[in-house]
Design a binder for this molecule. Structure first.
Ligand SMILES: Nc1nc2c(ncn2[C@@H]2O[C@H](COP(=O)(O)OP(=O)(O)OP(=O)(O)O)[C@@H](O)[C@H]2O)c(=O)[nH]1
Ligand SMILES: [Mg+2]
Length: 720
């Protein structure tokens, strides 16, 4: 009889009160709150938990769940490669991937199904993800269903985090392509599907949000079929299973007829079995998905896909085991990724021993003693390995190959805050701490590249888009950093097929804009000026859907313009398509700036009243400003206007202060980081501190600024 280590000090009571899931041989990780252990026999557990062969358990989140509902796990099943399914959930932004994972975890009994449960979007676990209701990082979890371990990867849908989707595709043997049954396939649906097809994965398609009144499943089904054809899917890939779901209501089904029934009478308990059964039947197990896979090999190999820092264990490495098996205590080493020129012996970066092997199960981390090829696990024991490194047994000499992801398209420079107000709000100020932080980020975020720029005080950060970079800036300011960041610039490249190296190429994106039909004209006009080519005009769910191919340069700063032009109703999504020939300069439509002169100090109501007729103010009375800071937008197109917002009224013997105090100024809007990034022009910067976002001229001194403005800046400076 095996015994169980509880993480609770109430031992057997736990077994009765808490629903338990028993699974592979494992121990539970200590949770922070629970300090003492007690041992009870497996028998005691078995008495409470039918259908369960007790080796270990994971505590569930809701003690109120009925036990019977949970036991999809039956650890009598041998732990073999054939019982593993590795599946990625991919889709366009907001089509319901994370909600789908919630529904699957509820079905597996790892999340509460009660209506007032706060367990929603549980995979969006970091602070910014929770705030924005958006997935930023791919995350893996697992659950047991019908004797199978299903490792599921939730991915982000926003184009800027496309690298996150690419990096997990090598880990899975199948994908669930979720598509909103109203919106249909969108720009990022195309991107993720293209990548999945390139990896020879056969998707299961789920039309989600079928419960919405506006859903149009038949049309979306045909649109998807067209998309598969346009992307040259193989016959096998075209023959995809189609399911209908309401992830929010927790059900899925494989017929439209029964979907219509379920819409009328949503089930009160999770009903995700149709999708789970399809995953088990349709997604190949790791060996079938890859004929070269050798689970019997004695050589353990795992490609590091993600790094999770852990304050007790150091770095934990997430990846799929490509061959062999591993147990705690085994000697391991890491090999650096293969490089193009063949080298006789790949450099061994580190040797060590496995200290822990872990699995994510629902929201818990579970320790296991050993793992086999095909499984996705977390390992600790090495300190310096990084993403794309191979962790392997000592006799392995060849690192595993990895598929390079698309290169970054946008760059921003991150520098030390050198404004007169520097150091007043943040604690992380120097170029050394900024550099270390950026290098740390690039190690775990493979879609980012850090390049030392000309000045020792700034670094060029290259990524997939404005949002990706703004998330990094936001994270850093919350950690106490002060930064000055330049406007985003698009990275151009030399045409690799041009033998003379003269032709310049730039990234082109597919932009999809949904607007009310009466506003389509203004959108088309603005985007045409930004060198966009309109490809399609469709009527979709009472709106016009405009599809453009546009240089990434043309999209910079467009989000805020679209918001103004459509009074906030227009929605833009975009996704990288390809590199094409440089389309020539694009004029920025924005007006000039109102730039502060005078001295550092608080601005006065009197001065702002004088300035307001000249443009739109970004500051209010009492805000501290400095010379060179941008305090508003000039209402003329001809360059900038210098103004003195700290000017005080000359007091005379006649008291006029009352009139000054009564002066009415238009309330100003606070900048969000994304708005500021979208707004700034070349020659300007954003000063970011933990509490403030200020816009400023790059050169604060007015004379030097004038000299610099005569030198025109060109996109071609950003040629790679
Ligand atoms: N009506 C309805 N709403 C849904 C359904 N599934 C998801 N939603 C809602 O759609 C929104 C987006 O859901 P998410 O699960 O965050 O979408 P996502 O694809 O993970 O989004 P990203 O990770 O940001 O790409 C949320 O408000 C969900 O409540 C559904 O089946 N029906
Ligand atoms: Mg999500």
């Amino acid at each position: 009889m095996s015994s169980v280590v509880f993480k609770s000090n109430i031992g057997a009571l736990c077994a009765r009160r808490y629903p338990l899931i028993l699974s592979q041989p494992s121990k539970i990780l200590l949770s922070a709150k629970i300090r003492s252990f007690s041992r009870i026999s497996a028998n005691q557990l078995s008495n409470n938990c039918s259908r369960v062969n007790v080796n270990s358990f994971t505590r569930l989140h809701s003690p109120a769940l009925p036990l019977a509902q949970k036991f999809y796990s039956s650890s009598s099943a041998p732990y073999t490669i054939k019982n593993i399914r590795n599946v990625g959930i991919i889709a366009h932004v907001d089509h319901g991937k994370t909600t789908m994972v919630d529904a699957l975890l509820k079905q597996a009994g790892l999340l509460s199904n009660s209506a007032n449960s706060k367990d929603t979007l549980v995979m969006d676990s970091n602070e910014l993800e929770k705030e924005r209701g958006m997935t930023i990082l791919s995350k893996v979890t697992s659950f047991m269903y019908k004797d199978h371990r299903i490792n599921i990867v939730d991915t982000p849908g926003h184009a800027d985090f496309g690298g996150e989707v690419e990096r997990i595709l090598s880990m899975v043997d199948g994908v669930v392509l979720v598509t909103d049954a109203t919106e249909g396939p969108m720009a990022q649906t195309k991107f993720v599907l293209t990548k999945a097809l390139q990896y020879n994965l056969c998707p299961i398609v789920v039309l989600n949000k079928i419960d919405r009144e506006t859903s149009r499943p038949d049309e979306v089904d045909s649109e998807l079929l067209e998309l598969f054809m346009a992307l040259d899917a193989s016959d096998k890939q075209m023959d995809y299973p189609l399911l209908y779901a309401s992830a929010k209501q927790g059900w899925s089904t494989d017929s439209l007829e029964s979907a219509n029934q379920l819409i009328k009478n949503p089930p009160s308990t999770p009903h995700m079995e149709p999708l789970l059964n399809k995953i088990i039947d349709f997604v190949p197990h790791p060996m079938k998905g890859n004929p070269d896979f050798n689970p019997e090999s004695n050589q353990f190999k795992m490609l590091v896909t993600q790094i999770e820092p852990n304050s007790y264990l150091g770095r934990c490495y997430l990846g799929r085991i490509e061959s062999g098996k591993i147990k705690v205590g085994d000697p391991i080493k890491s090999l650096t990724p293969p490089i193009e020129e063949a080298v006789s012996t790949p450099p061994v970066s580190e040797v060590g021993r496995v200290t822990k092997i872990m699995l994510r199960r629902g929201l818990e981390v579970e320790e296991i003693e050993q793992a086999i090829a095909g499984d996705i696990v977390l390992l600790s024991g090495l300190k310096t390995a990084s993403i794309n490194y191979t962790i392997c047994s000592n006799d392995v000499t060849e690192p595993l190959p990895f598929v390079p992801i698309d290169p970054p398209t946008v760059s921003m420079s991150f520098g030390v805050n050198d404004s007169p107000l520097a150091g007043k709000e943040g604690s992380m100020l120097t170029s050394t701490v900024i550099r270390d932080r950026l290098l740390r980020e690039a190690e775990t975020n493979i879609a980012l590249q850090i390049v030392q720029s000309g000045s020792s005080d700034s670094f060029e950060v290259r990524g997939r888009g404005e949002l990706q970079l703004s998330i990094l800036i936001e994270t850093m300011r919350r950690e106490g950093f002060e930064l000055s960041v330049s406007p985003p610039r698009v990275l151009l490249r030399k045409d690799p097929d041009d033998p003379h190296g003269k032709k310049i190429q730039e990234p082109i994106e597919e932009a999809v804009i949904d607007v009310d039909s009466d506003m389509a004209g203004v959108v088309i006009e603005k985007l045409t000026k930004r060198k966009a080519e309109m490809k399609k005009y469709l009527d979709v769910a009472d709106k016009a859907r405009l599809i453009f191919h546009i240089p990434t340069r043309g999209l910079l700063g467009y989000q805020s313009e679209l918001k103004n032009d459509t009074r906030g109703t227009g929605a833009l999504t975009h996704s990288f398509l390809s590199y094409e020939e440089y389309k020539g300069p694009i004029e920025k439509a924005r007006k000039g700036s109102l730039v502060a002169t005078g001295s550092v100090g608080a601005c006065t109501t009197y001065a702002l009243n004088l300035i307001e007729p000249r443009g739109k103010l970004f500051i209010k009375p009492g805000d501290v400003v400095y010379p060179g800071m941008i305090v508003g937008e000039y209402n003329k197109d001809q360059g900038d206007l210098e103004v003195n917002p700290t000017k005080a009224k000359q007091l005379t013997n006649i008291r006029t202060v009352h009139k000054d105090e009564r002066a009415q100024l238009t309330p100003v809007q606070q900048w969000t980081l994304e708005e500021a990034i979208s707004y700034v022009n070349p020659g300007e910067k954003i000063e970011v501190t933990p509490t403030k976002i200020r816009l400023r001229k790059q050169e604060l001194d007015p004379t030097r600024r004038k000299q610099l403005s005569r030198r025109s800046s060109s996109d071609l400076e950003y040629l790679q």
